[in-house]
Design a protein around this ligand. Structure first.
Ligand code: FAD
Ligand code: SF4
Ligand code: SF4
Ligand code: SF4
Length: 398
C-alpha cells in the first residue's frame, strides 16, 4: 500500500485514491496546505494497485516531440483571455463539437482550483487561463473513464503529473481519449493562495475576516493570473472585487499589478511556495505520456520575430499521431519550428526547478505571521533573492 514517507515522492495526482477497490485512501491536507494520500490500514486489502498506478513509482521515459509548432488562435478575444496563444480552446471546441467532454481546471465558489468537465463551448471559459494553484482532481479520473467507456470523446487537460496519473489509472489506451498537458514549472499550495486572497481583500479595506473564507459583502468577481492588458510578456495579476454599498449599490474595484511586483506571483516564480514533488518532477519532458503538450513560446521574438505580436504565442509539442490528428484543420495561425528553438527559453519543459534554500523559511514565516505578503517580504530581503529579482528585471528591461 501507498505510504508517504518522503513528501517529494508524491505529486498529489490522486491516481491511488481513484483506483483503490476498498476506497480506503483519502487525501489529507498537510501543514503547507498540500494534499497527500492517507490509507486506512485496517480496511486495506494489500492488493498493491495503488502502487502500480503511482506515477512517482512507475515513471516513463523522456520523449522527444515528433512535431513542434508556434501557434495562435485566430479569434483575438479568446486569445486575449488565454494565457498563451489560446490553443487549448481550439482543441477543446473541436472535441465538444464532436459530442465530446473536456476536463480542465477551474475556480470553485471559494476561488480554490478544482478539476471538472464541460460538455458545451460556453463551459470551456472557466478552464481558460492558467491558475497558479494546485488543482484538486477529486473524482475526475473515474468520471473520465466512465465517459470513455460510453464511447464519448474525452479531452483531459492538466499538469504533466495529472496526465501521468490519469494514464496509469486507466491502464489501457483509449482511441477516444486525447491527453493534453501544460508545461508546468510547479504548483503553489492552495492554502497559501487562500491566505493571500484573504489578505488582499483585507488590504483593500473590505472586512475580510470571513466566516466562509470570502466576506459576503466583498465579493471577488474575477481573477486573472495572466492578464495581457499590459502585454503577454509583461503580464499582470488582475483581480476584480465588488463591494455592496450601504444603499445596496455595487462598487467594482480592479486591482492589477505587474507580475514582478506581486508578492504571490513573485513567491511562485521564485519557487518558494511549490509542492515538494515539483523540485523533482516525475512527469516532465513528455514522461506524462500525453498526446500534446502546450506552453508559452518564450523566446518567440528571437525564433520567429514576425510571428510575435505580444498577445500570446503557444508552443505546441506533438507526441503522437492522435495529437497531430486533432490539430489538423484547426482554425489557427502557425509556423513549424523545432524542439531546440521551442525549449531554449523554457527550462520548465525539461527541468525541475531547484528547491530554494529559503523555502522552509517562507512557510515558517507564513505560519508565524499568517501573511503571504510578509513571508515573501522576509524572503526577498535576502541577498540571493535580491540578485534573482535584479536578474528578472534586467531580462524584462525594467
Ligand atoms: C501551474 C502552471 C504552471 C505553468 N508553468 C508554465 C511554464 O513554466 N512554462 C510555460 O511555457 N507554460 C507554463 N504553463 C502553461 C501556460 O501558462 C498555459 O497554460 C498553456 O500554454 C496553455 O495556454 P493556452 O493559451 O493554450 O490556453 P489557456 O486557456 O491559457 O490554458 C488553459 C489550460 O490550462 C489548464 N490549467 C489552468 N490552470 C491549471 C491548474 N492549476 N492545474 C492544471 N491545469 C490547469 C486548463 O485546464 C486548460 O487546459 C503553466 C500552467 C500552469 C497551470
Ligand atoms: S493496497 Fe489496495 S486496498 Fe490497500 S490502499 Fe492500496 S489499493 Fe487500496
Ligand atoms: S503521486 Fe499520486 S498515486 Fe502516487 S501516492 Fe501521490 S497521489 Fe497517490
Ligand atoms: S512540476 Fe511536475 S510534479 Fe509539480 S505540478 Fe508540475 S507536473 Fe506535477
Amino acid at each position: 500500500m501507498i505510504h508517504i514517507t518522503d513528501k517529494s515522492q508524491c505529486c498529489g495526482c490522486t491516481a491511488c485514491v481513484s483506483v483503490c477497490p476498498k476506497r480506503c485512501i483519502r487525501m489529507t491536507e498537510d501543514d503547507e496546505g498540500f494534499l497527500y494520500p492517507k490509507v486506512d490500514a485496517v480496511a486495506c486489502a494489500n492488493c498493491g494497485m495503488c502502487e502500480q498506478v503511482c506515477p512517482e513509482l512507475c515513471s516513463d521515459d523522456v520523449r522527444t516531440p515528433v512535431q513542434v509548432y508556434a501557434a495562435k488562435n485566430r479569434n483575438e478575444e479568446i486569445r486575449m483571455a488565454s494565457s498563451s496563444g489560446g490553443i487549448f480552446t481550439l482543441l477543446a471546441e473541436k472535441i465538444i463539437d464532436c459530442g465530446g467532454v473536456v476536463f480542465g481546471a477551474r475556480f470553485d465558489a471559494n476561488w480554490d482550483v478544482v478539476h471538472d468537465y464541460a460538455e458545451t463551448r460556453e463551459g470551456l471559459s472557466a478552464f481558460r487561463g492558467s491558475k497558479y494553484v494546485q488543482s484538486r482532481v477529486e473524482g475526475c479520473y473515474q468520471k473520465a473513464k466512465s465517459f470513455l467507456q460510453q464511447g464519448r470523446k474525452v479531452m483531459f487537460t492538466g499538469t504533466p503529473c495529472q496526465i501521468a496519473g490519469l494514464k496509469n489509472f486507466l491502464r489501457k489506451d483509449y482511441d477516444n481519449l486525447l491527453t493534453v498537458d501544460v508545461v508546468c514549472h510547479g504548483v503553489p499550495s492552495p492554502k497559501v493562495w487562500q491566505i493571500y486572497l484573504t489578505e488582499i481583500v483585507r488590504e483593500n479595506g473590505k472586512n475580510s475576516v470571513l466566516p466562509h473564507r470570502i466576506d459576503k459583502k466583498t465579493e471577488i468577481e474575477s481573477i486573472d493570473f495572466r492578464s495581457k492588458s499590459t502585454g503577454w510578456k509583461k503580464y499582470s495579476f488582475a483581480l476584480t472585487l465588488s463591494e455592496e454599498t450601504a444603499d445596496g449599490e455595487k462598487n467594482t474595484v480592479l486591482l492589477s499589478t505587474n507580475f514582478y511586483k506581486n508578492p504571490y506571483m513573485n513567491a511562485f516564480l521564485l519557487d518558494l511556495n511549490l509542492r515538494l514533488s515539483c523540485y523533482n518532477c516525475p512527469a516532465k519532458g513528455g514522461k506524462s505520456g500525453s498526446d500534446l503538450t502546450i506552453a508559452d513560446f518564450w523566446g518567440i521574438n528571437e525564433v520567429l520575430p514576425d510571428f510575435d505580436d505580444d498577445k500570446g504565442i503557444s508552443l505546441v509539442l506533438v507526441y503522437s499521431e492522435k495529437g497531430q490528428y486533432w490539430l489538423n484543420g484547426l482554425n489557427f495561425e502557425y509556423e513549424t519550428t523545432d524542439f531546440q528553438s521551442g525549449q531554449k527559453k523554457n527550462r520548465a519543459i525539461l527541468y525541475s526547478c531547484r528547491k530554494p534554500v529559503n523555502r522552509s523559511f517562507f512557510f515558517r514565516q507564513l505560519k508565524q505571521n499568517g501573511s503571504v505578503i510578509q513571508a515573501y517580504d522576509d524572503c526577498s530581503s535576502t541577498a540571493l533573492n535580491k540578485r534573482v529579482r535584479r536578474f528578472i528585471y534586467r531580462k524584462l528591461g525594467i
